[in-house]
Design a protein around this ligand. Sequence first.
Ligand SMILES: [Zn+2]
Length: 66
Amino acid sequence: MAKARVGLYQTKGDTLTRTHQSCPKCGPGIFLAEHGNRRSCGKCGYSEARATGANAPKGKPAKPGA
Ligand SMILES: [Zn+2]
């Protein structure tokens, strides 16, 4: 088990804010790697497009592992 990396969370007062999105397949604790226009999970390989302004996809990405 790798140590938790610094910088995955930001605290503002009593509020804990995730700066990285967790993997919907692996669950909380597994964070998606941020790439230019998408995120990906290094554990299960899940990936999804990031919303990037005018090019943001409408709705949610297709269900993974269907
Ligand atoms: Zn995953």
